[in-house]
Design a binder for this molecule. Structure first.
Ligand SMILES: Nc1ncnc2c1ncn2[C@@H]1O[C@H](COP(=O)(O)OP(=O)(O)OP(=O)(O)O)[C@@H](O)[C@H]1O
Ligand SMILES: [Mg+2]
Length: 459
Protein backbone atom coordinates (compact mmCIF):
# COMPACT_ATOMS: atom_id res chain seq x y z
CA UNK A 1 0.00 0.00 0.00
CA UNK A 2 1.25 3.47 -0.82
CA UNK A 3 1.76 5.87 2.05
CA UNK A 4 -1.01 8.24 1.15
CA UNK A 5 -0.13 11.60 -0.29
CA UNK A 6 3.61 11.16 0.15
CA UNK A 7 4.70 12.18 -3.29
CA UNK A 8 8.34 11.76 -4.24
CA UNK A 9 9.63 13.37 -7.42
CA UNK A 10 12.72 11.67 -8.83
CA UNK A 11 14.74 13.69 -11.32
CA UNK A 12 17.18 11.24 -12.89
CA UNK A 13 18.32 10.81 -16.46
CA UNK A 14 19.88 7.36 -16.20
CA UNK A 15 17.19 4.78 -17.15
CA UNK A 16 18.88 2.05 -15.10
CA UNK A 17 18.88 4.18 -11.97
CA UNK A 18 15.34 5.32 -12.67
CA UNK A 19 14.20 1.74 -12.54
CA UNK A 20 16.12 0.97 -9.35
CA UNK A 21 14.77 4.03 -7.62
CA UNK A 22 11.21 3.33 -8.65
CA UNK A 23 11.59 -0.10 -7.07
CA UNK A 24 13.14 0.99 -3.84
CA UNK A 25 10.74 3.88 -3.27
CA UNK A 26 7.71 1.74 -3.85
CA UNK A 27 6.27 2.99 -0.55
CA UNK A 28 5.79 6.47 -1.95
CA UNK A 29 3.87 7.75 -4.87
CA UNK A 30 6.83 8.27 -7.20
CA UNK A 31 7.00 10.56 -10.19
CA UNK A 32 10.03 10.05 -12.41
CA UNK A 33 11.34 12.58 -14.89
CA UNK A 34 14.62 13.01 -16.75
CA UNK A 35 14.97 16.74 -17.37
CA UNK A 36 14.35 20.17 -15.92
CA UNK A 37 11.25 21.05 -17.86
CA UNK A 38 9.35 17.91 -16.92
CA UNK A 39 10.55 18.28 -13.33
CA UNK A 40 9.05 21.76 -13.08
CA UNK A 41 5.85 20.61 -14.75
CA UNK A 42 5.39 17.82 -12.20
CA UNK A 43 6.32 20.18 -9.37
CA UNK A 44 3.58 22.60 -10.40
CA UNK A 45 1.03 19.88 -10.79
CA UNK A 46 1.71 17.75 -7.70
CA UNK A 47 3.82 19.85 -5.32
CA UNK A 48 5.80 16.85 -4.09
CA UNK A 49 7.16 17.27 -0.57
CA UNK A 50 10.48 15.67 -1.47
CA UNK A 51 12.54 15.69 -4.66
CA UNK A 52 15.67 13.73 -5.41
CA UNK A 53 17.60 15.65 -8.00
CA UNK A 54 20.47 14.28 -10.05
CA UNK A 55 22.77 17.22 -10.68
CA UNK A 56 24.07 15.81 -13.95
CA UNK A 57 21.12 16.43 -16.23
CA UNK A 58 21.03 16.93 -20.03
CA UNK A 59 22.24 19.05 -21.74
CA UNK A 60 25.10 18.92 -19.21
CA UNK A 61 25.06 15.31 -17.99
CA UNK A 62 28.70 15.41 -16.91
CA UNK A 63 28.58 18.77 -15.17
CA UNK A 64 26.19 20.24 -12.64
CA UNK A 65 25.00 23.43 -14.31
CA UNK A 66 21.60 22.13 -15.40
CA UNK A 67 21.02 20.43 -12.05
CA UNK A 68 21.80 23.58 -10.09
CA UNK A 69 19.51 25.69 -12.26
CA UNK A 70 16.77 23.11 -11.73
CA UNK A 71 17.34 23.30 -7.98
CA UNK A 72 17.08 27.05 -8.03
CA UNK A 73 13.85 26.98 -9.99
CA UNK A 74 12.27 24.30 -7.81
CA UNK A 75 12.96 26.31 -4.68
CA UNK A 76 11.72 29.50 -6.31
CA UNK A 77 8.49 27.77 -7.29
CA UNK A 78 7.78 25.86 -4.07
CA UNK A 79 10.26 26.98 -1.38
CA UNK A 80 9.17 24.33 1.12
CA UNK A 81 10.23 21.47 -1.15
CA UNK A 82 12.90 19.27 0.39
CA UNK A 83 15.38 18.70 -2.41
CA UNK A 84 17.94 15.95 -1.97
CA UNK A 85 20.71 16.47 -4.46
CA UNK A 86 22.27 13.33 -5.93
CA UNK A 87 25.80 13.79 -7.19
CA UNK A 88 28.60 11.77 -8.72
CA UNK A 89 31.03 10.55 -6.11
CA UNK A 90 33.73 13.06 -7.05
CA UNK A 91 31.46 16.01 -6.89
CA UNK A 92 31.62 17.36 -3.35
CA UNK A 93 32.07 20.97 -4.38
CA UNK A 94 28.78 21.05 -6.23
CA UNK A 95 27.03 19.25 -3.40
CA UNK A 96 28.17 21.96 -1.01
CA UNK A 97 27.09 24.61 -3.46
CA UNK A 98 23.65 23.01 -3.72
CA UNK A 99 23.26 23.00 0.07
CA UNK A 100 24.19 26.66 0.20
CA UNK A 101 21.48 27.31 -2.38
CA UNK A 102 18.92 25.70 -0.12
CA UNK A 103 18.95 22.00 -0.94
CA UNK A 104 17.86 19.92 2.04
CA UNK A 105 20.64 17.37 1.81
CA UNK A 106 22.94 15.70 -0.68
CA UNK A 107 23.63 12.13 -1.51
CA UNK A 108 26.67 10.79 -3.32
CA UNK A 109 26.42 7.95 -5.79
CA UNK A 110 26.67 4.98 -5.98
CA UNK A 111 23.03 4.46 -5.17
CA UNK A 112 22.34 2.65 -1.91
CA UNK A 113 18.58 2.29 -1.46
CA UNK A 114 18.76 1.93 2.29
CA UNK A 115 20.79 5.04 2.99
CA UNK A 116 18.98 7.23 0.50
CA UNK A 117 15.73 5.77 1.83
CA UNK A 118 16.49 7.09 5.31
CA UNK A 119 17.37 10.54 4.00
CA UNK A 120 14.14 10.64 2.01
CA UNK A 121 12.07 9.47 4.96
CA UNK A 122 13.56 12.12 7.21
CA UNK A 123 12.90 14.79 4.61
CA UNK A 124 9.23 13.78 4.51
CA UNK A 125 8.96 13.97 8.31
CA UNK A 126 10.54 17.40 8.44
CA UNK A 127 8.29 18.62 5.67
CA UNK A 128 5.21 17.34 7.50
CA UNK A 129 6.34 19.04 10.71
CA UNK A 130 6.82 22.34 8.91
CA UNK A 131 3.41 22.14 7.26
CA UNK A 132 1.82 21.47 10.61
CA UNK A 133 3.61 24.51 12.06
CA UNK A 134 2.31 26.66 9.32
CA UNK A 135 -1.24 25.53 9.97
CA UNK A 136 -0.84 26.22 13.66
CA UNK A 137 0.45 29.69 12.87
CA UNK A 138 -2.38 30.34 10.48
CA UNK A 139 -5.10 29.51 12.95
CA UNK A 140 -4.96 33.22 13.70
CA UNK A 141 -8.41 33.84 15.04
CA UNK A 142 -8.44 31.15 17.68
CA UNK A 143 -8.38 32.76 21.14
CA UNK A 144 -5.32 30.70 22.00
CA UNK A 145 -3.74 32.46 19.09
CA UNK A 146 0.00 32.73 19.34
CA UNK A 147 0.39 29.87 21.79
CA UNK A 148 2.24 27.17 19.96
CA UNK A 149 2.58 23.76 21.49
CA UNK A 150 2.10 20.11 20.85
CA UNK A 151 3.19 18.97 24.27
CA UNK A 152 0.50 17.12 26.25
CA UNK A 153 1.35 19.00 29.47
CA UNK A 154 1.18 22.39 27.81
CA UNK A 155 -1.99 21.47 25.89
CA UNK A 156 -3.56 20.62 29.21
CA UNK A 157 -2.55 24.05 30.52
CA UNK A 158 -4.30 25.60 27.51
CA UNK A 159 -7.41 23.53 28.14
CA UNK A 160 -7.43 24.60 31.78
CA UNK A 161 -7.17 28.22 30.74
CA UNK A 162 -10.18 27.70 28.47
CA UNK A 163 -12.08 26.05 31.30
CA UNK A 164 -11.51 28.74 33.93
CA UNK A 165 -11.83 31.69 31.57
CA UNK A 166 -15.64 32.04 31.80
CA UNK A 167 -15.61 32.23 35.60
CA UNK A 168 -14.51 35.14 37.76
CA UNK A 169 -12.15 32.99 39.81
CA UNK A 170 -8.76 34.46 40.63
CA UNK A 171 -6.05 32.63 38.72
CA UNK A 172 -2.42 32.27 39.70
CA UNK A 173 -0.04 31.41 36.85
CA UNK A 174 3.23 29.85 37.90
CA UNK A 175 6.11 29.50 35.51
CA UNK A 176 9.75 30.26 34.89
CA UNK A 177 10.76 33.45 33.23
CA UNK A 178 9.82 33.54 29.56
CA UNK A 179 7.52 30.51 29.83
CA UNK A 180 4.47 32.39 28.58
CA UNK A 181 2.73 33.67 31.71
CA UNK A 182 1.64 36.93 30.16
CA UNK A 183 0.61 35.25 26.93
CA UNK A 184 -1.66 32.89 28.86
CA UNK A 185 -3.03 35.70 31.04
CA UNK A 186 -4.04 37.53 27.86
CA UNK A 187 -5.60 34.39 26.42
CA UNK A 188 -7.56 33.99 29.64
CA UNK A 189 -8.88 37.51 29.24
CA UNK A 190 -9.76 37.08 25.58
CA UNK A 191 -11.68 33.91 26.35
CA UNK A 192 -13.59 35.49 29.22
CA UNK A 193 -16.88 37.41 29.17
CA UNK A 194 -14.76 40.46 30.01
CA UNK A 195 -12.91 40.40 26.70
CA UNK A 196 -14.62 43.55 25.43
CA UNK A 197 -13.19 45.49 28.39
CA UNK A 198 -9.58 46.23 29.24
CA UNK A 199 -6.75 43.90 30.07
CA UNK A 200 -4.49 45.92 32.37
CA UNK A 201 -1.11 44.57 33.43
CA UNK A 202 1.25 45.76 36.08
CA UNK A 203 4.65 44.29 36.79
CA UNK A 204 5.33 44.45 40.52
CA UNK A 205 9.04 43.73 40.05
CA UNK A 206 9.61 46.51 37.55
CA UNK A 207 8.24 49.43 39.53
CA UNK A 208 9.86 50.86 42.67
CA UNK A 209 7.74 50.33 45.76
CA UNK A 210 6.92 53.99 46.42
CA UNK A 211 5.57 54.39 42.87
CA UNK A 212 3.87 51.04 42.80
CA UNK A 213 1.25 52.02 45.34
CA UNK A 214 0.13 55.05 43.36
CA UNK A 215 0.24 53.02 40.14
CA UNK A 216 -2.07 50.43 41.67
CA UNK A 217 -4.48 52.63 43.57
CA UNK A 218 -4.14 56.09 42.04
CA UNK A 219 -4.02 59.35 43.96
CA UNK A 220 -5.88 62.58 44.58
CA UNK A 221 -4.56 65.96 43.63
CA UNK A 222 -2.12 67.19 46.29
CA UNK A 223 -1.69 63.75 47.89
CA UNK A 224 2.07 64.20 47.70
CA UNK A 225 4.55 66.52 46.03
CA UNK A 226 4.12 66.22 42.32
CA UNK A 227 0.54 64.94 42.56
CA UNK A 228 -0.85 67.82 40.60
CA UNK A 229 -3.94 66.15 39.29
CA UNK A 230 -6.29 63.40 40.31
CA UNK A 231 -5.15 60.11 38.81
CA UNK A 232 -6.88 56.78 38.67
CA UNK A 233 -4.87 53.70 39.54
CA UNK A 234 -4.41 50.68 37.30
CA UNK A 235 -6.91 48.60 39.25
CA UNK A 236 -9.61 51.18 38.78
CA UNK A 237 -8.62 51.56 35.15
CA UNK A 238 -9.29 47.87 34.61
CA UNK A 239 -12.88 48.16 35.87
CA UNK A 240 -15.07 45.62 34.09
CA UNK A 241 -12.03 43.88 32.64
CA UNK A 242 -9.06 41.83 33.79
CA UNK A 243 -6.28 43.03 36.04
CA UNK A 244 -3.00 41.19 35.63
CA UNK A 245 -0.70 41.41 38.62
CA UNK A 246 2.61 40.19 37.23
CA UNK A 247 5.48 39.08 39.50
CA UNK A 248 3.19 39.15 42.48
CA UNK A 249 5.93 37.47 44.54
CA UNK A 250 7.84 40.75 44.45
CA UNK A 251 5.14 42.77 46.24
CA UNK A 252 6.30 44.31 49.51
CA UNK A 253 4.51 43.17 52.66
CA UNK A 254 2.88 46.58 53.00
CA UNK A 255 1.40 46.41 49.52
CA UNK A 256 0.43 42.80 50.04
CA UNK A 257 -1.88 43.94 52.85
CA UNK A 258 -3.39 46.61 50.64
CA UNK A 259 -4.01 44.16 47.81
CA UNK A 260 -5.50 41.71 50.27
CA UNK A 261 -7.86 44.37 51.49
CA UNK A 262 -8.86 45.11 47.92
CA UNK A 263 -9.53 41.43 47.27
CA UNK A 264 -11.71 41.20 50.36
CA UNK A 265 -13.65 44.42 49.92
CA UNK A 266 -13.39 44.98 46.19
CA UNK A 267 -12.98 48.69 46.71
CA UNK A 268 -9.97 50.94 46.21
CA UNK A 269 -9.07 54.17 47.93
CA UNK A 270 -6.85 56.53 46.01
CA UNK A 271 -3.83 57.84 47.93
CA UNK A 272 -4.86 60.97 49.74
CA UNK A 273 -8.52 60.22 49.11
CA UNK A 274 -11.37 59.30 51.43
CA UNK A 275 -13.77 57.80 48.99
CA UNK A 276 -14.07 54.04 48.60
CA UNK A 277 -14.49 53.25 44.96
CA UNK A 278 -16.03 49.91 44.01
CA UNK A 279 -14.12 48.16 41.27
CA UNK A 280 -15.18 45.04 39.43
CA UNK A 281 -12.12 43.27 38.05
CA UNK A 282 -11.08 39.73 37.47
CA UNK A 283 -7.65 39.17 38.96
CA UNK A 284 -5.00 37.09 37.23
CA UNK A 285 -1.57 37.03 38.77
CA UNK A 286 1.73 35.41 37.96
CA UNK A 287 5.12 34.76 39.43
CA UNK A 288 8.29 32.82 38.71
CA UNK A 289 8.96 32.60 42.45
CA UNK A 290 8.14 29.81 44.83
CA UNK A 291 5.41 31.45 46.91
CA UNK A 292 5.24 28.63 49.45
CA UNK A 293 8.91 29.19 50.19
CA UNK A 294 8.38 32.94 50.46
CA UNK A 295 5.60 32.23 52.94
CA UNK A 296 7.92 30.07 55.04
CA UNK A 297 10.49 32.85 55.00
CA UNK A 298 7.86 35.33 56.13
CA UNK A 299 8.10 37.31 52.92
CA UNK A 300 4.66 36.53 51.56
CA UNK A 301 1.33 36.59 53.40
CA UNK A 302 -0.30 33.23 53.60
CA UNK A 303 -3.81 34.70 53.64
CA UNK A 304 -3.06 36.60 50.44
CA UNK A 305 -1.73 33.43 48.88
CA UNK A 306 -5.03 31.62 49.52
CA UNK A 307 -6.98 34.49 48.03
CA UNK A 308 -4.86 34.56 44.91
CA UNK A 309 -4.63 30.86 44.36
CA UNK A 310 -8.27 29.93 43.83
CA UNK A 311 -7.06 28.35 40.63
CA UNK A 312 -3.35 27.61 40.15
CA UNK A 313 -2.01 26.86 36.71
CA UNK A 314 1.59 25.70 36.49
CA UNK A 315 3.21 26.29 33.12
CA UNK A 316 5.88 23.72 32.32
CA UNK A 317 9.31 25.05 31.32
CA UNK A 318 10.22 24.71 27.65
CA UNK A 319 12.77 21.96 28.33
CA UNK A 320 9.97 19.74 29.65
CA UNK A 321 7.72 20.23 26.63
CA UNK A 322 8.13 17.34 24.32
CA UNK A 323 8.92 18.38 20.76
CA UNK A 324 8.14 22.05 21.34
CA UNK A 325 11.70 23.28 20.90
CA UNK A 326 11.70 22.30 17.22
CA UNK A 327 8.12 23.47 16.75
CA UNK A 328 8.77 26.93 18.18
CA UNK A 329 12.14 27.23 16.47
CA UNK A 330 10.57 26.75 13.05
CA UNK A 331 7.75 29.15 13.82
CA UNK A 332 10.17 31.85 14.95
CA UNK A 333 12.46 31.17 12.01
CA UNK A 334 9.58 31.82 9.59
CA UNK A 335 8.44 34.87 11.49
CA UNK A 336 11.84 36.53 11.64
CA UNK A 337 12.81 35.55 8.09
CA UNK A 338 9.72 37.38 6.92
CA UNK A 339 10.37 40.34 9.19
CA UNK A 340 14.01 40.64 8.21
CA UNK A 341 13.38 39.92 4.55
CA UNK A 342 15.72 36.93 4.57
CA UNK A 343 15.13 33.62 2.88
CA UNK A 344 16.28 31.27 5.59
CA UNK A 345 14.88 27.89 4.66
CA UNK A 346 15.53 25.72 7.65
CA UNK A 347 17.77 24.33 10.32
CA UNK A 348 20.68 21.98 9.93
CA UNK A 349 20.39 18.73 11.83
CA UNK A 350 23.02 19.83 14.34
CA UNK A 351 20.97 22.93 15.16
CA UNK A 352 17.84 20.92 15.87
CA UNK A 353 19.84 18.47 17.92
CA UNK A 354 21.46 21.28 19.92
CA UNK A 355 18.15 23.05 20.54
CA UNK A 356 16.54 19.86 21.78
CA UNK A 357 19.37 19.29 24.21
CA UNK A 358 19.72 22.86 25.50
CA UNK A 359 17.94 23.58 28.82
CA UNK A 360 16.49 27.01 27.82
CA UNK A 361 16.65 28.70 31.25
CA UNK A 362 14.98 31.74 29.68
CA UNK A 363 12.38 29.53 27.99
CA UNK A 364 10.44 30.71 24.94
CA UNK A 365 11.65 34.29 25.19
CA UNK A 366 15.26 33.12 25.15
CA UNK A 367 14.61 30.93 22.14
CA UNK A 368 12.92 33.80 20.33
CA UNK A 369 16.05 35.90 20.84
CA UNK A 370 18.41 33.15 19.72
CA UNK A 371 16.48 32.54 16.53
CA UNK A 372 16.14 36.21 15.72
CA UNK A 373 19.88 36.69 16.07
CA UNK A 374 20.59 33.59 14.00
CA UNK A 375 18.22 34.68 11.22
CA UNK A 376 20.07 37.98 11.00
CA UNK A 377 23.59 36.56 11.28
CA UNK A 378 23.49 33.30 9.33
CA UNK A 379 25.27 33.19 5.97
CA UNK A 380 23.50 30.87 3.57
CA UNK A 381 20.06 29.45 3.87
CA UNK A 382 20.33 26.99 6.73
CA UNK A 383 20.82 27.81 10.39
CA UNK A 384 23.43 25.64 12.06
CA UNK A 385 24.17 25.07 15.75
CA UNK A 386 27.12 27.42 15.43
CA UNK A 387 24.91 30.24 14.12
CA UNK A 388 22.77 29.81 17.22
CA UNK A 389 25.81 29.83 19.48
CA UNK A 390 24.77 26.47 20.89
CA UNK A 391 27.08 23.54 21.33
CA UNK A 392 26.15 20.23 19.79
CA UNK A 393 25.72 17.61 22.48
CA UNK A 394 27.70 14.41 22.26
CA UNK A 395 25.85 11.25 21.39
CA UNK A 396 22.99 10.47 19.09
CA UNK A 397 19.96 12.71 18.91
CA UNK A 398 16.76 11.11 20.12
CA UNK A 399 15.26 9.22 17.19
CA UNK A 400 12.18 10.72 15.56
CA UNK A 401 11.90 8.16 12.84
CA UNK A 402 8.97 5.90 13.77
CA UNK A 403 10.84 2.73 13.05
CA UNK A 404 13.74 3.83 15.24
CA UNK A 405 11.41 4.83 18.03
CA UNK A 406 9.63 1.49 17.88
CA UNK A 407 12.94 -0.35 17.77
CA UNK A 408 14.18 1.53 20.76
CA UNK A 409 10.99 0.90 22.72
CA UNK A 410 11.05 -2.77 21.76
CA UNK A 411 14.62 -3.10 22.87
CA UNK A 412 13.93 -1.46 26.21
CA UNK A 413 10.90 -3.67 26.86
CA UNK A 414 12.91 -6.79 26.12
CA UNK A 415 15.75 -5.78 28.40
CA UNK A 416 13.26 -4.97 31.15
CA UNK A 417 11.36 -8.24 30.75
CA UNK A 418 14.54 -10.28 30.72
CA UNK A 419 15.81 -8.66 33.85
CA UNK A 420 12.47 -9.03 35.61
CA UNK A 421 12.43 -12.68 34.64
CA UNK A 422 16.02 -12.97 35.78
CA UNK A 423 17.10 -14.04 32.32
CA UNK A 424 14.58 -16.82 31.93
CA UNK A 425 13.46 -16.73 28.32
CA UNK A 426 10.15 -18.46 28.83
CA UNK A 427 9.11 -16.15 31.67
CA UNK A 428 10.27 -13.09 29.77
CA UNK A 429 8.37 -14.16 26.65
CA UNK A 430 5.26 -14.54 28.77
CA UNK A 431 5.69 -11.07 30.24
CA UNK A 432 6.07 -9.63 26.77
CA UNK A 433 3.18 -11.59 25.33
CA UNK A 434 5.22 -13.23 22.58
CA UNK A 435 6.26 -16.79 21.87
CA UNK A 436 9.61 -18.12 22.94
CA UNK A 437 11.03 -18.41 19.41
CA UNK A 438 9.90 -14.87 18.69
CA UNK A 439 11.75 -13.63 21.74
CA UNK A 440 14.87 -15.54 20.67
CA UNK A 441 14.65 -13.80 17.30
CA UNK A 442 14.17 -10.42 18.91
CA UNK A 443 17.09 -10.91 21.30
CA UNK A 444 19.16 -11.82 18.30
CA UNK A 445 18.02 -8.92 16.20
CA UNK A 446 18.69 -6.38 18.93
CA UNK A 447 22.09 -7.89 19.65
CA UNK A 448 21.16 -8.53 23.25
CA UNK A 449 22.70 -11.95 23.63
CA UNK A 450 25.87 -10.56 25.16
CA UNK A 451 24.42 -7.79 27.24
CA UNK A 452 21.89 -9.89 29.13
CA UNK A 453 22.65 -13.20 30.66
CA UNK A 454 20.05 -15.52 29.32
CA UNK A 455 19.35 -18.61 31.30
CA UNK A 456 18.87 -21.70 29.26
CA UNK A 457 17.09 -23.54 32.04
CA UNK A 458 13.73 -23.87 30.51
CA UNK A 459 12.37 -26.59 32.69
N1 LIG B 1 3.78 28.71 23.58
C1 LIG B 1 4.21 29.81 22.97
N2 LIG B 1 4.07 29.95 21.65
C2 LIG B 1 4.51 31.05 21.02
N3 LIG B 1 5.11 32.07 21.62
C3 LIG B 1 5.26 32.01 22.93
C4 LIG B 1 4.83 30.88 23.69
N4 LIG B 1 5.13 31.09 24.97
C5 LIG B 1 5.73 32.28 25.04
N5 LIG B 1 5.81 32.86 23.83
C6 LIG B 1 6.45 34.15 23.52
O1 LIG B 1 7.60 34.21 24.35
C7 LIG B 1 7.76 35.50 24.91
C8 LIG B 1 7.70 35.41 26.42
O2 LIG B 1 6.39 35.10 26.84
P1 LIG B 1 5.71 35.85 28.08
O3 LIG B 1 6.07 37.29 28.11
O4 LIG B 1 4.27 35.48 28.08
O5 LIG B 1 6.46 35.07 29.22
P2 LIG B 1 6.50 35.35 30.78
O6 LIG B 1 6.37 34.03 31.43
O7 LIG B 1 5.52 36.41 31.14
O8 LIG B 1 7.97 35.84 30.96
P3 LIG B 1 8.64 36.77 32.09
O9 LIG B 1 8.69 35.93 33.33
O10 LIG B 1 9.99 37.01 31.51
O11 LIG B 1 7.78 37.97 32.21
C9 LIG B 1 6.67 36.35 24.33
O12 LIG B 1 7.18 37.01 23.18
C10 LIG B 1 5.62 35.35 23.91
O13 LIG B 1 4.85 35.83 22.84
MG1 LIG C 1 5.90 38.28 31.98
Amino acid sequence: MKKDQKILLIVEDDPGLQKQMRWSFDDYQTLIVADRESALAQLRRHEPAVVTLDLGLPPDPDGASEGLVTLEQILALVPDTKVIVVTGNQDRANAVKAIAMGAYDFYQKPFDPEVLGLVVERAFSLHALQQENRQLLQSQDSPMQGILTRDPGMLKVCRNVEKVAPSDATVLLLGESGAGKELLAKALHRLSPRSAKRFVAINCAAIPENLLESELFGYEKGAFTGANKQTRGKIEFADGGTFFLDEVGDLSLALQSKILRFLQERVVERIGGREEIAVDVRIVCATHQNLKKLIEEGRFREDLYYRLSEIVIAIPPLRDRHGDAALLAHAFMHKFSRQEGRSILGFKQDALHAMEAYAWPGNVREMENYIKRAVIMTDGSQIGAEDLGLSVPAGEPEPVNLREVRDEAERKAIVKALSRADGNIRAAAELLGVSRPTLYDLVDRHGLKQSVSIKADEA
